[in-house]
Design a protein around this ligand. Structure first.
Ligand code: LMR
Length: 394
């Protein structure tokens, strides 16, 4: 049997992580995988996470199974964090999942189960793992225009034209905020237009929200998602706590199925539980319990929000510093988009051979599509990167 296995294409982001690890240069700079690093290059355990872990350690009396959907208190706290008062709790079915990837995977499986003919419209570009999982599940994918290569902003006209080709029942996959890989985001009036189109054509919205709090703020980053959830007939929302709680390895995600018809919720909920059972039975609990502890404790929540805000502002500062430095070196404002993008990533729009040159000649690692992780920089490495970008001829 094993001889029938074929080598699978390597995940580009994870392959880059390995290349960086293997590079002996001491001045190498990692702008690859989407992991936050502070000015010392460390991915810290957030203060509130440490404190909550202590509470869990002291108070937890059993490691027996939770439920198939995880602890309902986790769903309650996360639904409140993401959706605020946009929808009634009774309209949301939810299940804990292993990270945001687990939530996406379960969402795609639910779509396949409920609507095998549905095509999934994905932004061009999107997070490569969306494409990989959809391909693996044999689902039909249609790219829609999203990134304007000239302005490095959103090609909104192109996006509407392409989504206009969708048929009733097709799914539109949107990034809730901090678009990965481009850093270019819809504004609220553009979200409104998209909602109008979804409703006019009878499409199904799916939102992947993995960076809430990394863009314009916790509330601001959820606005698009809240608008969709409160205005469409039904939608799926895949959320991750990996980045905003810094609990990457704990695999802490949530899938929500929101319906205007609360009579649908019990079935949605049961379906999410069923899908969890088929794939891994019970979702991981530790990260979810830590997140719940933080969100339900005023002091811990305030401290978490303060640290998240420090992280957000540090990334904004690095964006501005890089844009300013590039303006100084290039004598033009062609890199000003870096300060306008939001979240961890910016796609700088460099050709693959120039990205390769940055890696081989300058020891600077970014994903081949020229996505860089802003959080991989610090005040000292920004001028080094800016000079390398200009010297490489980008
Ligand atoms: C990324 O895009 O770099 C992160 O979401 C990590 C991953 O799993 O790809």
């Amino acid at each position: 049997m094993f001889e029938n296995l074929k080598a699978q294409p390597a995940d580009k982001i994870l392959a880059l992580m390995q290349m960086y690890k293997d590079d002996p240069r001491s001045d190498k700079i990692d702008l690859g995988v989407g992991v936050y690093k502070n000015a010392e290059g460390v991915t810290p355990v957030m203060r509130a996470v440490k404190a909550a872990e202590k509470i869990v350690w002291e108070q937890q009396e059993s490691k027996s199974y939770t439920g198939l959907i995880g602890d309902p208190a986790y769903s309650d706290a996360m639904i409140k964090l993401i959706l605020g008062d946009a929808v009634q709790r009774a309209n949301v079915g939810a299940a804990a999942t292993p990270g945001g990837t687990g939530a996406c995977r379960q969402a795609f499986e639910l779509i396949k189960m409920a609507s095998p003919e549905a095509r999934v419209f994905v932004s061009d570009p999107t997070w490569p793992n969306h494409i990989s999982i959809l391909n693996y599940l044999g689902m039909t994918m249609v790219p829609y225009r999203y990134f304007d290569a000239d302005s490095r902003g959103v090609d909104f006209e192109g996006m509407l034209v392409d989504l206009g080709q969708a048929r009733a029942g097709d799914v539109v996959l949107l990034h809730g905020c901090c678009h990965n890989p481009t850093g270019a985001n819809l504004n609220l009036s553009q979200w409104r237009e998209v909602v109008k189109l979804i409703n006019a054509k009878g499409l199904v919205a799916m939102i992947d929200i993995a960076y809430q709090g990394f863009g314009d703020g916790l509330e601001e980053d959820a606005q698009g998602t809240r608008l969709v959830a409160s205005s469409v007939k039904e939608c799926l929302i895949a959320a991750s706590c990996s980045k905003n709680f810094g609990v990457y390895r704990e695999r802490t995600g949530l899938l929500m199925a929101v319906s205007q018809d609360s009579g649908q919720t019990a079935l949605n909920q049961a379906t999410l539980a069923f899908l969890n059972r088929q794939n891994y039975s019970f979702p991981p609990d530790h990260g979810a319990r830590v997140v719940t502890t933080i969100l339900n404790d005023d002091a811990l929540r305030a401290d978490w929000m303060a640290e998240l805000e420090e992280i957000r502002l540090s990334m904004l500062g690095l964006r501005q510093q890089l844009a300013d430095e590039l303006q100084r070196l290039s004598g033009s404002d062609r890199f000003s988009f870096i300060a306008q993008h939001r979240g961890m990533f910016s796609r700088i729009g460099a050709a693959p051979e120039l990205v390769e040159k940055l890696r081989t000649e300058f020891g600077i690692y970014m994903v081949g599509d020229s996505r860089m992780n802003i959080a991989g920089l610090n005040a000292q490495t920004v001028p080094i990167l800016a000079k390398a970008i200009i010297d490489a001829g980008i």
